[in-house]
Write a new protein. Structure first.
Length: 740
DNA sequence: GATAATCCGGTTTTT
DNA sequence: CCGGATTATC
């Protein structure tokens, strides 16, 4: 942060005093108050760019350095691993190694830590697995099928979402209000939820929501009052970051733990609440005072990030929301230059918009702004493509933040599933994932048989596999494959104790044939997948054992960018929260795009206000300048669609804005009703002509790319594709290559 | 059981 | 128009 904190004159100590503690250095008066009010419940309303991280770290450092509590008596919670890491590093710098003993982490990591200690009380063993979304969904689908629930009427995704929301609200199946599940799964929602939870327990597994939900169940059980009392005693001080994003379960968790010492400090900003669709409850901020009588509230309103103009624009916009707690950002530095206005630019279409944005980026770069200090923030992920195209065409280095995370890639998940089967033999979901990957001739029918047997015997799949391999219910081929696989598992498990995790992982991936599977794959991305597997093995070197690594992975799904050079960042507005840039581009400000159509048609005022907060978050990311833009027409799903400027544009105060429009686009607002122009006909994909093909001919296929015909049989072609290898394809799916 | 053809739906997603 | 998920076919 290059903010001029040192210009704040009310922090300078009197000359005859000893130098202040380092953690108090460079704090303004309101920040300092928030740091020094250590006793009793405290709510810090901290606007964008007002230095909340600084306050949190200073507060934590002070509590430890002054000996108000031992490090392990302090709980500090964040939402992201990034935030947790950053805080630990900063506190370490202030108080040294003591920082390592603080209970500092994400809600989920801390929940897992507590739950592992008391797992049996939640029907789990302490080495339980934390499932990823893939596994959860697979499990739920099984249940829905078994229960004869129509997947069309009740999409698994939707049922899953409901279950997650219940967990977000701290509701285990037993506490679910009767009315809740009626709409779901033909009225059987509650039953499904219960089965899902039972099945997780049988698998010795839990999902993310359970990490907190199980804690709550244990804490709230009068039979184990001693456990709760123990934690309540322990946590003398508690700090919470991004409090506006807490859901009910997290809130209850905090409230229970803070009950005894009541030294709970929550830092948040209701204007930056953008995750309500994930169960976050802004209401938690409002409830704070009533739940903790005598709570103090401190507002941080001095912004050290943005120019006065940007702050005024943001304030004007967010002022259109009702029911705010009320907070006005003011420039932290009274002498700051007003700064350039927010540029609002109307363009004809998306391609032009991308072109304009990239031109401005180049102009900024020429003027001395580093590429790493510029960001394009979009509403939805798909919008990044247009900008990527343009950036590539221009040759500007860029990075897309938050897309395809390392641990979510197919090959990584497969590899992890292998590790899980070895480290946690009861992990049926992992087993199922890899039992036929690579192909071993153990397909659906074998799996069905395993399921039936497992159910009948009341065992897990792996055990069922062992039984089944000993019978002759399977065809010899499948039986051999299964026995071989089990022998592999057994061998790897014996290595578990003796071999370092890195080499062990490599052994598993090699002997299972998994690496070979990708080596042989001709598809364009196979090469990269092999690379990713290598990276995974390399990452394992740092761990003592496989189990530790798996715990790490299930909790820490982050992707550090090790990109060295300066790059323009492209990301969603959600991903941008907490970040800052000199120059920020906010494209796609059109009704239906931003605010999003679904927010307009479904969620009513609440949704619209959340969209507005998202816009507010976007604007307040900028230190020096904001560029807003929108296109009069956009091609969505191959349809040209006229659009109107976002209402948020009109909500920016006139004095903060400079409007630029293309000739013909009136007053900066799309003349959508009078399209005085015609969209250029889109480049038509060549239509397959009615013709016959000859062997040897070069062709193109939508999915497989280019290839050469090796044989013709009526309308069926044998083709050897450059990338995908030999395939049989019907001729209407290909076109002569020279047509392109 | 593996592959090709067809169908369908299409925000945001810190763990 | 794209991709994934489902179905249809060999």
């Amino acid at each position: 942060m290059g903010s001029p904190f040192d210009l704040d004159d009310d922090v300078s100590p009197p000359a005859d005093q000893p130098a202040p503690s380092p953690w108090l250095a460079a704090l303004n008066s309101e920040q300092r108050l928030a740091v020094e009010t250590t006793e009793g419940p405290l709510l810090v309303l901290s606007g964008a760019g007002t230095g909340k991280t600084r306050v949190l770290t200073a507060r934590l450092a002070q509590i430890i350095a002054q000996g108000r509590a031992r490090p392990w008596q302090v709980l500090s919670v964040t939402f992201t691993n990034r935030a947790a890491r950053e805080m630990r590093e900063r506190v370490q710098r202030l108080v040294g190694a003591a920082a390592e003993q603080v209970w500092l982490g994400t809600f989920h990591a801390l929940g897992a830590r507590i739950l592992r200690r008391h797992a049996p009380l939640a029907g789990l063993e302490s080495n339980f697995t934390i499932l990823d979304v893939d596994d959860q969904l697979r499990l739920l689908k099984q249940i829905l099928t078994e229960e004869g629930i129509d997947a069309k009427a009740s999409p698994p995704q939707m049922v899953m979402a409901s279950i997650q929301r219940w967990k977000d609200r701290g509701l285990p199946p037993a506490r679910l209000p009767n009315a809740e599940a009626v709409e779901l799964a033909g009225g059987r929602g509650a039953a499904i939820y219960r089965i899902y939870q039972d099945r997780l327990a049988a698998l010795n597994a839990c999902d993310f929501g359970d990490l907190l939900l199980h804690c709550l169940t244990i804490f709230q059980n009068p039979a184990h009052a001693d456990i709760l009392a123990d934690y309540q005693d322990r946590f003398r001080y508690m700090l919470v970051d991004e409090y506006q994003d807490t859901n009910v379960a997290q809130y209850l968790w905090l409230r229970l733990l803070a009950q005894k010492h009541r030294n709970l400090c929550c830092v948040g900003d209701d204007d930056q609440s953008i995750y309500s669709w994930r169960g976050a409850e802004v209401g938690n901020i409002l409830k704070f005072e009533s739940d903790f009588p005598g709570a103090r509230i401190i507002r941080l309103e001095a912004n050290y990030r943005s120019t006065p103009t940007i702050l005024a624009a943001a304030a004007g916009l967010i002022g259109h929301n009702l029911g705010r707690l009320g907070k006005t950002l003011r420039p932290g530095n009274a002498e700051a230059e007003r700064g350039p206005p927010v540029v609002v630019r109307a363009l004809w279409n998306g391609a032009e918009e991308a072109r304009w944005v990239v031109e401005e980026i180049e102009a900024e770069q020429r003027a001395g702004t580093k590429l790493g200090q510029m960001a394009i923030l979009v509403r939805a992920g798909f919008q990044t493509r247009e900008f990527e195209d343009r950036l590539i065409a221009t040759g500007l280095p860029y990075r897309v933040v938050g897309s395809l995370r390392f641990y979510e890639r197919q090959e990584i998940r497969d590899a992890l599933a292998y590790f899980r089967v070895v480290a946690q033999p009861a992990d049926d979901l992992a087993f199922e994932r890899i039992v036929n990957t690579p192909k071993r001739g153990l397909g659906d029918s074998t799996l069905q048989a395993l399921h039936v047997l497992a159910r009948r015997q009341g065992t897990g799949l792996v055990e069922a596999a062992r039984l089944l391999a000993g019978t002759d219910d399977l065809k010899p081929k499948a039986r051999k494959a299964l026995a071989d696989l089990l022998a592999d598992f057994a061998r790897w498990r014996t290595l578990l104790a003796t071999m370092a995790p890195g080499p062990l992982a490599e052994t598993i991936l090699d002997q299972s044939g998994y690496t070979a599977m990708w080596r042989q794959d001709r598809s364009p991305d196979a090469q990269g997948r092999v690379e990713n597997l290598k990276e995974l093995v390399a990452a394992l070197e740092e761990f003592d054992n496989l189990g530790g690594f798996l715990e790490h992975v299930s909790l820490v799904m982050d992707n550090d960018d090790k990109s060295g050079g300066e790059r323009v960042s492209v990301m969603t507005l959600h991903a941008a929260k907490g970040l800052e840039y000199d120059v920020v581009f906010l494209p796609g400000w059109e009704e239906g795009v931003f605010p999003h159509q679904r927010a307009l048609s479904e969620g009513g005022l609440k949704s619209l206000e959340e969209e507005r907060r998202l816009a507010y978050v976007g604007i307040t990311r900028a230190r020096r300048q904001v560029f807003v833009s929108y296109a009069a027409t956009r091609r969505i799903y191959n349809r040209w669609q006229d659009s109107l400027a976002s209402r948020f544009i009109a909500e920016l105060p006139d004095a903060t804005v400079e409007t630029l429009a293309e000739r013909g686009l009136s007053g900066g607002f799309a003349a959508a009703s009078v399209p005085a122009w015609a969209p250029r006909p889109s480049v038509q994909a060549p239509v397959a002509p009615e013709r016959s093909y000859q062997p040897g001919e070069r062709i193109f296929h939508q999915k497989f790319g280019y290839g050469r015909i090796t044989a013709v049989d009526g309308n069926k072609l044998d083709i050897f594709f450059d990338k995908a290898g030999a395939k049989k394809v019907v001729d209407s799916f290909v076109m002569p290559a020279e047509n392109l």
